[in-house]
Design a binder for this molecule. Sequence first.
Ligand SMILES: Cc1ncc(COP(=O)(O)O)c(C=O)c1O
Length: 213
Amino acid sequence: MTNKLIFFDHASTTPVDPEVLEAMLPFLKGEFGNPSSHIHSLGQGALRAMDESRVAVASLINAKAEEIIFTSGATESNNLAIKGITGANHKPEGKILISQIEHYSVLNPVKTLEKQGYKVEKIPVDKYGIILTDKLREMLSPDTLLVCVMAANTEIGSIQPVAEAVEIVKSYNPAIFFHCDAASAAGWIPVDVIALGLTPLLSPLTIFTDLKA
Ligand SMILES: Cc1ncc(COP(=O)(O)O)c(C=O)c1O
């Protein structure tokens, strides 16, 4: 009997797709320029490749190329979005609502903000792991600053009614930020930021056959 490894954890990471590897190889070998060093040809090549990738990623989620920010992964992106939004506040006050089943990379920065003075409340989910949108509606208040609801849960696979949640939040107060961690969704299920009404969305490439961060 041979010991054959069967990998059941594609929700956390995937092997690199051969096509992705082939596309990336030139940049891991000879074309290693820094895109910020565009005074020379190697840097210009890298910048061109980044710009092309930005257009490709934007078209995947119906965003504009200039709205795409590349990061090292979802944890960095979640921290950037959540702390970026709250960092613009003069005082650590206001309420943050997050779904009960967010990833630790959302839970942890929110926990830090709670210690700094923000009020944090968790939107409950039903037995299928879907947020209770009626509860979300009840939980909104004039001091709500940010709502975080992930697109799809990594562990149980529940797909959240993001468009409905955005609609509830924006019709209560369009100034409330809505953050959606789509790390386990984009690339697997259709994600269209315009249709969902999202600002901002997070979508790292680690979990869909890309090179590791
Ligand atoms: C929904 C979700 N958010 C965030 C992360 C963290 O991703 P990363 O390892 O790229 O920081 C993961 C990883 O599995 C995830 O599934």
